[in-house]
Design a protein around this ligand. Sequence first.
Ligand code: PLP
Length: 715
Amino acid sequence: MDDLVMSVRERLPDRIARLADLAYNLWWSWHQDARELFRLLDYPLWRATLHNPVLILRQIPQERLEEAAKDPVFLRRYDAVLLAFDREMENGHLWFPGTFPDLTDRPIAYFSAEFGLHRSLPIYSGGLGVLAGDQAKEASDLGIPFVGVGFLYSQGYFRQRIPSHGWQEAVYPPLRIEETPLIPVRDEQGNPIRVRVQLAGREVQIAVWEVRVGRTRLYLMDTNLPENEPWDRTLTSRLYGGDREMRISQEVVLGVGGVRTLRALGIDPAVWHLNEGHCAFLVLERIREHVVAGMSFDEAAEAVRATTVFTTHTPVPAGHDAFALPMVEKHFLGYWEQLGLSREEFLELGRLDGPMGPEFNMTALALRFSGYRNGVSRLHGEVSRKMWHFLWPDRPVEEVPIIHITNGVHLPSWVSGPLDQLFRKYLGHDWQERHDDPDLWERLDEIPDEELWALHEDQKRKMMAFIRERARRRRISGEMDPDQVLAAGAFLDPEALTIGFARRFATYKRATLIFHDLERLKRIIHDLYRPVQFIFAGKAHPADDAGKHLLQQVYALAKDPAMGGRIAFIEDYDMHVARYLVQGVDVWLNTPRRPNEASGTSGQKAAMNGVINLSVLDGWWAEGYNGANGWAVDPLEDADPAVQDGHDAEALYRLLEEEVVPLFYKRDIDGIPRGWVRLMKESIRSIAPIFCTRRMVKEYAERFYVPAARASQSR
Ligand SMILES: *Cc1c(COP(=O)(O)O)cnc(C)c1O
């Protein structure tokens, strides 16, 4: 056992020693009974550590542990949780081994620049990372042999601070490994593993950390080692930080280093899945392996294609990673010979002629060397086929080989604890095991309106208590000025219709659209009988000044007493904040400029918790909206942006005034908004079984992983 784990375990009385096993496997994070166990162990610490079992076990007083080890109530729960944990780790009757028993030996390797697993591991920035994290959890639930490969960012993604003037500041607290479930990977002699890659002629060493995510493992690479040059040590400091030179170096480490990491661990994947283009250099390293072993370049490329899956996430050309050719040349000097290629042939592999001339484009590279390709919603599939049509010029656009597999969210991670209890009561105690079966959800009607509504109101109060407590702490610690208290949401009204808008502050998401006509908005929010309030949250990328400007505008309005304390801005959006918001607001708002939202997933998290979507028909909502499960804005396309904004804002106001607000406030004699609760049920019923990772990962397995793994077997 590793020293890090050992130092936690040493403190634990024998009877409850396996709390360490639970804390060091994120399995606990999506199992309500395991969460409950840590909450029960020390509730104040559970809250103070922002739900971090490793930290709880380090900080909890010894007496408290001794007490727990003698407490029959605690012990009964402890035994039950461990029984469930052990049973699942044994892989008894899970879907994948049950359905494809011949394919359980070799894993799917899933490469991603970010993974959003839990707040305590800040190695994600937004939707792309959360999707990767949800995918890893779902792979565990389904019994898919799966390893993730990514980075351990020593400073993570930034923490957001908003001063009174509203211009976001980025803070980078160093990650304290001992407060995370990270475990260093060692070789058979017990020495930490070191992997080597060449970066523009220098050798860089990589350490590897393991994260346990149920039955699956993630391997995170880290170059912050004394053996490396100072600049190379910072390669894995920050997610999406630095300049182009930093970015290409990171991507060499991710792609080439990632393949070598798996080799060093003795892992031989059957299938390789690229989550977005950042990791696409991995196809080159795999071709190199084959060529070194005696294949021609063309044979090697064919072998790689047959076993490579690529998921693209970006519907705008500028969003795709590309490098100047000389930069790529510098990094791969001496490499193309090993592929059996000339310099010119090598540069052709990723070449794309952009507006600034020829570039090495990571998406083009990935598309050319993967046999299985997809976008992340139906609409995004169409957009991608159009966008990349020129790579298959002899085919009609509808036959461009990029399909779509629509994103989903990991239900057990995002459904609130009380709602899980309610579903157990009315849908069956095993509802989670069958949650992608639409028939299961027909039973929602059996839940009494009163019960669902009371639960929702509880979640809403809980969210507001969380927001108030944050504001209180920030204020008393002196980090927040008095004039910021209003903006922090301290005076939100638990009875008012509450609309949430939380996501990255990328400009295409149009966070300020709702403020298009300020007077009209004021009339809506200040209605004496039917008040409306908004909760905003989100980070702008540190280099995105346009996004920071939008954020500042929202923040100025949140601070403005004229808005009556009915606009709140919650600082430092992350998965922890996201959980409270998607479980606690009444309506989830999204206003992207179509077709820029490839999928979007936060609205799916909201829907499963009975929160109603009000969104532009873009991304997943363009196929999720069925006319009766929320509200849709049909946006104006192909027009001047200002005209689009005017049109879309008008549609939004009309929906709010004529439909959303009246329905929310239409109560019966018992104070229940029957029509609203009906909408909540329809939203859950129609969205939960489809827009979940259970459906999504099964689709990846059946359409991509299984055929690719069979191809791999037959070689
Ligand atoms: C789910 C999630 C996202 C993605 O939200 P979108 O609606 O897809 O933009 C981003 N950040 C966090 C913290 C999330 O939990």
